[in-house]
Write a protein that binds this ligand. Structure first.
Ligand code: AMP
Ligand code: MG
Length: 400
């Protein structure tokens, strides 16, 4: 039977992924969260005509010759309305952000004046209306300024605060449980026996999931033992996590027990094995309401599958429709013809003299090699059955 394509596999995974529910968080807790509703301004900004400078509020028509001497009738500070109206030949000492007094139409910068007790001389010509910020010139009441789906940064939070929103509706961060499997694995910092290696993928997947906007539940390392794997799967189910990601143990070896353990726990299998390189043994299913992704153990396969399948899942839970972005580049090397499996090849990009992005392939694409994955900055995407191509030919890349 032909293996499922990457696109079909993604469709099957995303088919029943629902958007996470909405929670309200304070501004201080909203960084990098995804806005779950459009946000309207509840007031005008600025809410009144305000001064853009420290200087003097005047009437421009009064300045017919230079210098013009005006009488200072008081002071307008930020936070207070000036109680009186300004008349001809009068000036009000004013500060940045203060409401402009009624009757004034211009603010003259302090630097263009000279004060003499209760009088001020205007030394330079003025343009009517200058240095005044009109009411609502930044934004108006009921303007929708932040759209649902916005990933909130300091810039958005400044705006939300100015719009007078103290709490923001955001999508709950999905919880991703991560289970590593393998007798050969020990945690970093522990002392491995000569036949063991250090577990690495679980840290990659955890960090990656957090970067995209999820929280993680670290289930540690289960030995290649049915009971131990089953017990750990139960923990994830009991915690009602959004997705259980397993690492390793999904190939065809005698010690690959994850699929059987998941099925015993009641998982409905969506698929196992797809037409992809690296990452062929990928498994997907559903355990009650928990999505299950069984990632292959080889580090590059694991991380590539996370990029292609876990990322879109989390993004969809956070209300985003685009799974990831494929860009056009120029291949720095000749590429061999591809077989029936869509390939993702480690490469590094640079800009050529013409300003084009050139992606240069790493010579060794072994899926166990983490060093080159860390050095790469993109994956060249080779569609199934792509013909051989020359150096300099267009190619598609997926940014890492
Ligand atoms: P498996 O899919 O369990 O046969 O694992 C394939 C390869 O990936 C083996 O060489 C494992 O030792 C390795 N591997 C599995 N899990 C991890 C992990 N968490 N970190 C690093 N390597 C791993
Ligand atoms: Mg294993």
């Amino acid at each position: 039977m032909a293996l499922l394509t990457v696109t079909d596999a993604l469709d099957q995974i995303l088919g029943d992924v629902a958007v996470a529910d909405i929670e309200n968080v304070s501004l201080h807790n909203a960084t990098a969260r995804v806005l779950a509703r459009d946000l309207k301004a509840s007031r005008n900004q600025p809410p009144f005509r305000s001064s853009a400078m420290d200087g003097y509020a005047i009437r421009a028509d009064n300045v017919r010759e230079l210098p013009t001497k005006l009488q200072i009738i008081g002071e307008a500070a930020a936070g207070y309305f000036f109680p009186d109206a300004l008349h001809n030949w009068e000036a009000v000492r004013i500060f940045t952000g203060a409401p402009v007094p009624e009757g004034a139409d211009t603010v003259v910068m302090q630097e263009k004046t000279e004060r003499d007790g209760a009088f001020v001389s205007i030394l330079e010509a003025v343009t009517k209306g200058s240095n005044i910020r009109d009411c609502g010139q930044d934004f108006k009441k009921d303007d929708i300024l932040l759209k649902r789906g916005t990933e909130l940064t300091y810039r958005h939070l400044a705006l939300a605060a100015a719009m007078n929103h103290a709490v923001l509706p955001v999508y709950r961060r999905p919880v991703i449980a991560i289970l590593s499997t393998g007798d050969e694995l020990v945690l970093p910092g522990e002392t491995p026996s000569d036949s063991q290696i250090i577990a690495a993928n679980n840290f990659a997947i955890a960090s990656y999931a957090q970067t995209i906007g999820a929280d993680i539940m670290d289930l540690g390392i289960a030995r290649d033992d049915m009971t131990e794997i089953a017990t750990t799967i139960e923990k994830a189910v009991a915690a009602r996590v959004d997705c259980l990601v397993t690492i390793g143990g999904v190939s065809v070896g005698d010690h690959d027990l994850v699929q059987e353990a998941l099925k015993k726990a009641g998982m409905d299998l969506k698929f196992w094995r797809i037409a992809m390189r690296p990452g062929k043994p990928l498994l997907a299913g559903k355990l009650g309401n928990t999505h299950v992704l069984g990632l292959p153990g080889n580090p590059v396969s694991s991380m590539t599958c996370a990029l292609l399948f876990l990322q879109p899942m989390i993004r969809k839970m956070l209300g985003k429709d685009t799974p990831y972005e494929i860009r056009q580049a120029i291949s720095g090397h000749a590429l061999p013809a591809n077989d029936h499996r869509q390939s993702y090849m480690r490469a590094r990009t640079h800009m050529d003299e013409a300003g084009r992005t050139v992606a240069s392939l790493f010579s060794d694409q072994d899926s166990s090699k983490m060093a080159s994955f860390a050095q790469a900055d993109c994956l060249i995407v080779r569609p199934a059955n792509a013909p051989a191509s020359e150096a300099g030919a267009p190619c598609q890349i997926l940014s890492l």
